[in-house]
Design a protein around this ligand. Sequence first.
Ligand SMILES: [Ca+2]
Ligand SMILES: [Ca+2]
Length: 316
Amino acid sequence: MSIAAAPPTTTPPTTTAPAPADATPRPVGPTNLAPTPTTRPAGPDQLAGQVPSGFTLSAKAKAHGTWARISYATNSTSLSVRISDHQPILKNGVWTEPYMDGIIGPEIVEPYKGKMYYDAMGLLPGTTYYFVVTVPTGVNQVPVQAVGTFTTLHRTLTITFDSVHVTNDSDKGAKGAGEFTFWFNVNGKQIATISKDISSDSSYAFKVDGKPLTVTIPDVLNNDIPFGVQVFEDDIQSWDTCGHFLLPGDVWDGKAVDQENECGTWLGMTDQYSAAPGQWKIGYGHQESTPIDFTMAPWKSSVHLTISGTITAVWA
Ligand SMILES: [Ca+2]
Ligand SMILES: [Ca+2]
């Protein structure tokens, strides 16, 4: 596993003008978004009576999937960062967000040596945002701001059902290994069926055609992804009639069967991947590229087993 995008290790530029000579092409908005206040198309220098504040500022953004890092350089001891999905406008010489309800911020940031950045968390994937960084200045001083835009990365989700560990196959003594059938369902679709005899205190790694049991879902934006496993342990004898239950060879209709009788044991287990941005969990925020492990186990049953799997988000 790896974090896809390591934090920048380079020190941000320490001069203010012109724009920082970073190698990253600065995205261009629908209209001219000035990269630094020094290239402001109109405003401060046309405002009568304003004097330079002496503050310097430059800023740039690096977008991830659900967060972005705004790196800046300034000689100010304080500044504010505002992130919005609305394009800022230049009004009376000041960059402002038209709806004044930024998605994030304004956050007051106090720069100190070694941490000249602000991480905007809780963003949506595949979405364009704008940032406005502002150094507080006096009313008679030329505003010191940096603006820019970035687009968060798209998410491709991979769900892998790794293995099952059976602690009790429900088939006592000489009845032999449990005769299991597993139906796998992801996002409302059956993706695989596997039948396998597995005895108590043993594990089985799921394979389909010799490959891991994996499903990939492209471009997961803000929709949660449900998934589940249906299990049947077969005890059918020749004289039993179990016609209306899910049986090997059937297609799972999505209804969870939770039943135990002389014909066998049916279990339904479900879980879901939450697409909402999170901050401090594995698989979210700074750890958004770290695989999430999951397990599923029935609560009450003569069959005791645990299914293990992994969910991985890839951002591009
Ligand atoms: Ca049984
Ligand atoms: Ca059995």
